[in-house]
Design a protein around this ligand. Sequence first.
Ligand code: CTP
Ligand code: CA
Length: 226
Amino acid sequence: IEKALTPQDLAGRRVLVTAGPTQEAMDPVRFLSNHSTGKMGYAVAARAALRGAETTLVSGPTALDTPAGVQRVDVVSACEMYDAVVSRAAEQDMIVKAAAVGDYRPAETAAEKLKKGEGELTLALARNPDILAELGRKKRPGQLLCGFAMETQSLLENAAEKLRRKNCDMLVANSLRDAGAGFGTDTNVATLLFADGRRETPPLMSKEALADVILDRLLAMRQARA
Ligand code: CTP
Ligand code: CA
């Protein structure tokens, strides 16, 4: 019913969204991760599907239900997310990378539970591949790429640099310091940065409403180019 009442302005488009944290295993019982709950990415996927897009959600471990009409692909680590996203990227019209991807993983994953010793433990970490940067390198003409950035300082400078470095068309910049933004909240406030230098800060709103604004802007860019 909700879909019947929603304008199908993304009908015929293929949208891929990533959401949630990644988990990088140290051993069979422990991992490195972050505070992402996946709410923002799930909201984007839910709205895209309601608006008629053929929607794929590549999700790290979350406690959320799969939104109606969304094809969900579950992954655990950044390397698994890389494979799941890169293998599906070519056919997408829009890719929205809301996931909080771990930058590092334990250099080795122990096959058995690590036992504690008397002294300190030093953990060697290996760099994970940057999925968004890879998508930016492989971007097809007409394909739109939207990244996210969560910062605690120099929000706009860092976000503008990521937008450029990863060849994004749009970047959603979140400050962990803003009231109503951040991990696990139902609302969000963000600044949208565009490749042509434009910036926009919508007012504080629900993650669903912000998801619609993000999709509106991507669709407008698509239509401006067509
Ligand atoms: N990202 C990604 N793959 C990674 C790391 C990040 O695809 N290995 C994506 C995120 O999904 C997000 C964007 O890149 O859309 C920015 O993530 P962020 O962590 O803010 O940027 P980094 O480039 O990792 O820089 P840093 O963490 O050092 O601020
Ligand atoms: Ca990072």
